[in-house]
Design a protein around this ligand. Structure first.
Ligand code: FAD
Length: 537
């Protein structure tokens, strides 16, 4: 359904079983889980789907190698369970969204002999914990093999390497697919609609006030239960419910920089095992570019956090130490920042302690908050939240949880070898067919058909992106702003800011034609797009 159809549903005065607030990984996951159990679900997102943290991740589907190290070193069961759950969910995500995800091999370079057994046995344990869901066996690499796999590595002093496997995925399109799959299962979903108030009767939440940020219209929606899945904005919604509530959330920023593809081989990533602040750092092939991240610094909560020069210098400094190529600021094509929603568990005696897992909290008036966790475990978090909601709001769902084997939009009839056929059937160049096939999965033919009938021009000449994708995004994927297309339907703004700026006028023109924008709206869009691409995404 279109956004307009969804808005009509959201305004029809009926009572929803659940209203989910927030359209990131967590909220979209909850909406999909609840809708597929047969509940009547609404989901609203203040900005665009995944405009918050969920489009700014490292794009790894992982158990967390670092958590495993801590689990072993500190004999910590919680960390151990986190890794085990992560590895289980890695398998589920790769199976349910095969067009948007893939196994990725990663090299860990080792510069002292002492590290060799430590890292090798650690990664073997990671394999063992994956059990039958393992996606590739880790193994020791000779110095020569490590350099062959990741030729940008500094050879001097390199002793050996360890190869291991994790998953990689397209976070922004994954969140969109979850939202659109929820829509297919009957959920009423809308981006650019914020919860601006909670409605109570006798002290219990019975709905929310919604505001469409594009039209300014405000209305009330009735719901038996309201779920707060607003990530870094968790406390804002908790305070709409109870202004005296103490904060449970703190945020830390993580930035990424994107470089040209010559900084990473097309099929192998690099895990730098220990940074100066004792973390791991990744250099990954991503969308024909090299993605480097991330950092971890305490931060103010902000909708559009800006990468700081000190954070960029930190990444460049570390990469410089491991690379035989000179890397400097001039090589950066894009830089962006995301906020980690770190929660302290309100149910734990020590509330200052940050929870390493997700936290589900129920307020006195019935607001159900879900926060924390990571992208990889969004599905399990959603299932736990809906289980909790059924009890808390006394809802009877016709079906149990379906998402363990539920294929998301684009993957039901996805054929991994289908790009060639798409290319032949629609006369598309190979790079365009490959791009459409991996972005849209079994929906790619619809985009190709649109290109054939309407517009088969490339958006930027040097990339496999089509103008037809802009039309498709508006007609089928609820893209409402130029930046929705540039940053989340196409990821161009996260890959190359200069190219995104160059094509932004053309995207505006295409969207204005589709959506009937007047001169004032076009001017507003121009201004907002410029701001996002210049200041912070
Ligand atoms: C730098 C970094 C790298 C990461 N890398 C990985 C990784 O590689 N793998 C992994 O598994 N995890 C990773 N994570 C973690 C993962 O990205 C997050 O756990 C996840 O995206 C959080 O999703 P969320 O839905 O809770 O929050 P968000 O994505 O922030 O979504 C919350 C949404 O709520 C909306 N909202 C706020 N207020 C309102 C309102 N009043 N009304 C309506 N909507 C509202 C916001 O606009 C926002 O879109 C990373 C995190 C960071 C910061």
């Amino acid at each position: 359904m279109t956004r307009q159809d969804n808005l009509q549903q959201l305004k029809d005065g009926s009572t929803y079983d659940l209203l989910v607030v927030g359209g990131g990984a967590t909220g979209c996951g909850v909406a999909l889980d609840a809708a597929t159990r047969g509940l009547k679900v609404a989901l609203v997102e203040k900005n665009d789907f995944s405009e918050g943290t969920s489009s700014r991740s490292t794009k790894l589907v992982h158990g967390g190698v670092r958590y495993l190290e801590m689990a072993v070193k500190k004999l910590d069961r919680v960390q151990y369970h986190l890794v085990r759950d992560g590895l289980r969910e890695r398998h589920v995500l790769l199976a349910n969204a095969p067009h948007l995800s893939n196994p990725l091999s990663l090299v860990t370079p080792l510069y002292t002999w002492l590290d060799v057994p430590y890292v090798f046995f650690g990664l073997k344990l990671y394999d063992i914990l994956s059990g039958k869901r393992n996606i590739g066996h880790s193994r020791l690499l000779s110095r020569k093999e490590a350099l062959r796999r990741f030729p940008m590595l500094k050879a001097e002093g390199l002793k050996a390497g360890v190869l291991y496997y994790d998953g990689q995925f397209h976070d922004a399109r994954m969140a969109l697919s979850l939202a659109l799959t929820a829509d297919q299962h009957g959920a009423a979903i809308a981006n650019h609609v914020a919860v601006t108030g909670l409605v109570k009767a006798d002290g219990t939440i019975v709905g929310a006030e919604l505001t469409d940020s594009l039209s300014g219209e405000t209305w009330q929606l009735k719901a038996r239960g309201v779920i707060n899945a607003t990530g870094p904005f968790t406390d804002q919604i908790r305070k709409l419910d109870d202004p005296s509530a103490t904060n449970i959330l703190s945020a830390s920023t993580g930035i990424h920089i994107v470089l040209d593809k010559r900084f990473a081989p097309p099929d192998t990533g690099l895990m730098i095992p220990e940074t100066e602040d004792g973390r791991v750092l990744f250099v990954l092939p991503w969308e024909d570019h090299a993605l480097i991240g991330t950092t971890d610094e305490p931060a103010e909560i902000n909708e559009h956090p800006r990468p700081l020069d000190t954070e960029i210098d930190y990444l460049l400094r570390h990469v410089g130490r491991y690379f035989n190529l000179k890397v400097d600021k001039a090589d950066i094509k894009a830089a962006w920042s995301g906020l980690r929603p770190l929660v302290s568990d309100p149910n734990s005696a020590d509330t200052a302690k940050l929870a390493r897992d997700h936290v589900i909290e129920e307020s006195a008036s019935g607001l159900l908050t879900i926060a924390g966790g990571k992208w990889t475990t969004y599905r399990k978090m959603a299932a736990d939240t809906v289980d909790h909601a059924l009890k808390q709001f006394a809802l009877a769902a016709p079906k149990g949880c379906q998402t363990e084997s539920l294929r998301v939009l684009g993957s039901a009839n996805y054929d991994p070898s289908g790009a060639q056929r798409l290319s032949e059937k629609y006369g598309l160049p190979g790079d365009v067919a490959t791009h459409l096939h991996s972005c849209y999965g079994d929906q790619a033919a619809k985009v190709a058909e649109l290109a054939r009938q309407d517009n088969n021009a490339r958006l930027p000449q040097q990339l496999p992106l089509l103008e037809a994708e802009v039309l498709y995004a508006v007609r089928n994927e609820m893209a409402e702003r130029v930046i929705d297309v540039l940053a989340r339907r196409l990821s161009l703004a996260l890959l190359d800011t200069r190219v995104a700026k160059e094509v932004s006028g053309r995207v505006l023109e295409l969207m204005a034609g589709e959506l009937g924008w007047d001169a004032q709206r076009c001017a507003e869009e121009l201004c907002l797009t410029e701001k996002r691409l210049t200041e912070a995404l």
